[in-house]
Each structure stands twice: as structure tokens, then as C-alpha cells.
Ligand binder design. Structure first.
Ligand code: GAR
Length: 211
């Protein structure tokens, strides 16, 4: 069994997609054993509790700086014996000590096709506002390994989504979640748990299914 720890900050629809995939037996031998939230009132916590998953809350404002917050997070993840850490709408930036403690064992879902609309300041609805401002016709989602560079780690899976006339950021966000994020995040977790992702020269290589 592989211990999966999910980090959240908000609604937790990606967490829900993972919980549902696990119930359908679609996470390989992965099991979500703990959910850690950066916000005490995140709806994601309710989703975890409803599914009898252990929860922890760790709030940035309770720590004097990013380093002490990141240290506390690293300690929690070690205590939870995480084999895989999934950022599922986790909005607090952690420092390098966390990804150094879990190299190629942390993944993030981002609501755009990296390297577009990513990096510091691009999160949540902001990403879709910028995509609409630019007038792109195709956007999507990316699952990638977390490294010291914000949204810069090896790309595991991507899925494209059409932008339609009249889209608002909210409408586009929903379509990207439904058509891309909720699909590729559980898929990436399954591939990880099956040992099918390798990182070679900074690039993630995913074993292709046999014909
Ligand atoms: C998702 O769209 C996720 O990709 C995004 O926040 C949303 C969280 O929704 N994450 C980022 O922007 C991280 N840079 P959720 O709480 O319903 O899963």
C-alpha cells in the first residue's frame, strides 16, 4: 500500500475526485491516509471527514516565517509516512526543504497548460482570468512534480480544454476541472503508485500502456 497525503486549501473538488477514484479501485495500491489543510474552514476538510480520512490543519499565520511553516509541514508529512504528497488546490507556497525531503514524491495539479499561465501569482480563478484576457482558444490542466521552482517541475500529464465564446473565468474554471483536472490528477496518482513515472534529466517519462 502507498500512503497518499493530500494538501488542500479550499473547496476540495480535486480531493473528491481522488476519493472517488480510490473507491472505484482506480488509484492502484494508493490509499489517501491524511488530508492537510492550510485553512481551518476549507470545505475540503468536510469531504475528508465524511470519508473517514484523518485531517490536520496547519495555518501559515501561526508561524513567524515560511521556513518554520515549511519545517512544520515537513515534520507532519514525515509523521504521516507519506509515499506521495498531492497538492490539490493547496495555495500556500512552501520553501525548498519540503520538496527536498520528498524528491519526485510530490505532485501538483495546475489549471493551465504549463508553461502558460503559471508561476507565482497564478492560482485558482486568476489563471482563467489571464487566459481569457489573452484570448487563448485552448487551455487545460497539468499535473507535475513539485520542485523548488514554482510550477516548474517535470510535467507528468496534460489535457487540453477548449475555450468558448462568452466564457467567464468561473465557467472556464468549471470546464477545466470537469474535463481535465478531475481526470488527470487521479490518473497521475495511479501511474505513480504503479511505479510508471520516471524522471530522467529533469523530464518525467510515463510508461505507455501496452498496445
Ligand atoms: C483547482 O483548479 C486547482 O487546479 C487550482 O485551484 C483549484 C482548487 O480547487 N490550483 C492552483 O491554482 C494551484 N496553483 P479545489 O479545491 O476544488 O480542488
Amino acid at each position: 500500500m502507498k500512503n497518499i497525503v493530500v494538501l488542500v486549501s479550499g473547496g476540495g473538488t480535486n480531493l473528491q475526485a481522488l476519493i472517488d477514484a480510490e473507491k472505484r479501485g482506480e488509484l492502484g495500491d494508493g490509499k489517501i491516509t491524511c488530508v492537510i489543510s492550510s485553512k481551518p474552514d476549507a470545505y475540503a476538510i468536510k469531504r475528508a471527514k465524511d470519508n473517514f480520512i484523518r485531517t490536520k490543519v496547519i495555518v501559515r499565520a501561526d508561524y513567524p516565517d515560511i521556513a518554520s511553516y515549511s519545517k512544520a509541514m515537513t515534520d507532519l508529512l514525515r509523521e504521516a509516512e507519506a509515499d506521495l504528497v498531492v497538492y490539490a488546490g493547496f495555495m500556500t507556497i512552501l520553501d525548498e526543504q519540503v520538496c527536498r525531503a520528498f524528491p519526485n514524491r510530490m505532485i501538483n495539479v495546475h489549471p493551465a497548460l504549463i508553461p502558460s499561465f503559471c508561476g507565482k501569482g497564478y492560482y485558482g480563478l486568476r489563471v482563467h482570468e489571464e487566459a481569457l484576457k489573452k484570448g487563448v482558444k485552448i487551455t487545460g490542466a497539468t499535473v507535475h512534480f513539485v520542485t523548488e521552482e514554482c510550477d516548474g517541475g517535470p510535467i507528468i500529464l496534460q489535457k487540453a480544454v477548449e475555450v468558448k465564446n462568452g466564457d467567464t473565468p468561473e465557467i472556464l474554471q468549471k470546464r477545466v476541472m470537469q474535463e481535465a483536472e478531475w481526470k488527470i490528477l487521479p490518473q497521475a496518482v495511479k501511474l505513480f503508485c504503479e511505479g510508471k513515472i520516471k524522471v530522467e534529466n529533469g523530464v518525467a517519462v510515463v510508461e505507455e500502456p501496452e498496445e
